[in-house]
Design a protein around this ligand. Structure first.
Ligand code: ADP
Length: 471
């Protein structure tokens, strides 16, 4: 590695997988200026929406063709279990490109109710040059959530993958050319946050920027946008998502146990919607702990390349140290380790933390309110519905919440009362592509991902007022 390159280090075993140049601030400026020219040339924005759709559908076909490569790249770079990549991330990314491609010619403006001598209508138009800054936990899936609507609506997109995970997005950029998407419409600029990301956040050509990552970085990006060209910013950031399990929740059987374990431990808990706070009715606390511990014991902690692995390594040593310090500090304060809690050896050079569940965490311990971004869940008891809702809302985040009850009144009271952008009832789910995704409170704002609402992030509304003569 040199000061102008990045080593892509395997979380599995610490080997260097690739060395990739960092896009400098000057290069970012060249790219965005050039992207503005490509947009102005109308080589992409001037196409009929159906033609853009066709090109994006070809891209989805090529992603299908290179499925195994894309899955391997994300699994290697992020340390993601290969089965998670092949069953979740990559099919999800392809479906996302298809969904937004198919929507390209199905977007409408609106006509206002004006007097007859006037026609007033609104239409949505692309910004021109737009940017996306991505996290490392779902590299291609997040890229596709941005590429799909940004390109379908006619923009030129400059995308910065996370420092650790640029290879799948770089591959997709080459597939975009192969699919016939004109050169310069999709640019993938690998690099670091302080250099490449910061340059994009303050770039004068970028009209809109969509960010997924930590709340701390989102805050910086918002400041950079405010201090540069006031680009529109959409932020999808951290979470500390609760799952509220009522007394009748055990009636969900294995769906409950699988749902809670997936929520807490998929991607080693390195997930913005990780269900890290299990709020359980006091009458079933002990039984639920026992069942979760038994279920967690069946999750294989192993190398990401092993198809049997459910929980792989955490992204790097800094993260592992941070996660373990939070656990150790809670335990020192009196928390009980129901399972996990200590690192396990899988491959030298990787850091593997097994599914960890803490009970009896003292009130006020930071592990109950701060995002740990690792495979650690806490269990807290409640006695009434109101108490559960208050506990769910007692953190600064509001991304997702799960509710487990078959009682419609309890379910709807939680769905209405919990401050979160996404609520799932009887499941751990962010919904499919038809359902919008975005956070409340310090989990984010500025626009949804997925669904037709995603186009609002990448287009701006224009109102046209036409005074008609002789009517
Ligand atoms: P993490 O700490 O988990 O890597 P970040 O929020 O820092 O999460 O990273 C998400 C993305 O934001 C990455 O692509 C990263 O390079 C980028 N990033 C980090 N710092 C900045 C910054 N100051 N300006 C713009 N982008 C940044």
């Amino acid at each position: 590695m040199t000061s102008d390159s990045l080593d892509i280090v395997s979380p599995a075993d610490g080997t260097v997988l690739a060395t990739i140049p960092i896009t400098s601030a000057a290069q970012v400026a060249e790219h965005t200026a050039d992207a503005a020219q490509v947009f102005a040339s109308r080589v992409w924005s001037g196409l009929a929406p159906r033609e853009r759709a066709a090109a994006l559908l070809r891209l989805a076909e090529l992603m299908e063709r290179d499925f195994e490569t894309l899955a391997r790249l994300d699994s290697e770079d992020a340390g993601k279990p290969i089965t998670e990549a092949t069953e979740g991330d990559i099919p999800g990314a392809i479906e996302s490109i298809r969904y937004f491609a198919e929507a390209a010619d199905k977007l409408y403006g609106a006509v206002a109710s004006t007097p007859g001598a006037v026609l007033a209508f609104t239409q949505r138009e692309p910004f021109g040059v737009v940017a996306a800054i991505l996290p490392w936990n779902y590299p291609l899936a997040m890229a596709a959530w941005k590429i799909g609507p940004a390109l379908a609506s006619g923009n030129c997109l400059v995308l910065k993958p996370a420092d650790a995970t640029p290879r799948s997005a770089l591959h997709v950029a080459s597939l975009a050319l192969e699919a016939g998407i004109p050169e310069g419409v999709l640019r993938v600029l690998p690099g670091t946050g302080p250099i490449t990301g910061a340059a994009l956040a303050s770039d004068p050509h970028v009209g809109a920027l969509s960010f997924t990552g930590s709340t701390a970085t989102g805050r910086r990006i918002l400041v950079a946008a405010a201090e540069s060209n006031l680009k529109r910013v959409s932020l999808e950031m951290g979470g500390k998502s609760p799952h509220v399990v009522f007394a009748d929740g055990l009636a969900f059987g294995d769906d409950l146990i699988d749902g809670l374990l997936t929520a807490a431990f998929v991607t080693s808990g390195q997930n913005c919607t990780a269900g890290t706070r299990i709020l359980v009715h006091e009458s079933i606390h002990d039984e639920l702990v026992a069942r979760l511990v038994a279920g967690a014991a069946k999750l294989n902690v192993g190398a990401p390349s092993d198809p049997e692995t459910s929980v792989g390594p955490v992204i790097n040593s800094v993260a592992a140290d941070r996660i373990l310090a939070a656990v150790n500090s809670a335990v020192a304060a009196g928390a009980n380790v129901a399972c996990g809690g200590a690192e396990v050896d899988v491959l030298p050079g990787g850091r593997y933390i097994p599914p960890t569940i803490l009970t009896h965490v003292p009130e006020g311990d930071p592990i109950l309110t701060t995002e740990i971004f690792g495979p650690v869940a806490t269990m807290q008891r409640f006695s009434t519905r109101e108490e559960a809702i208050a506990m769910a809302n007692s953190v600064e985040y509001g991304l997702h919440a799960g509710v487990w009850t078959k009682n419609i009144d309890d379910a709807m009271a939680c769905a209405r009362g919990i401050e979160a952008g996404v609520i799932s009832v009887g499941a751990y789910s962010e919904g499919d592509l038809t359902s919008p995704f975005g956070g409340w409170k310090q989990s984010g704002f500025g626009g949804a991902e997925k669904s037709l609402r995603a186009f609002d992030q990448w287009t701006r509304e224009k109102a046209v007022w036409v005074q008609l003569q002789g009517q």
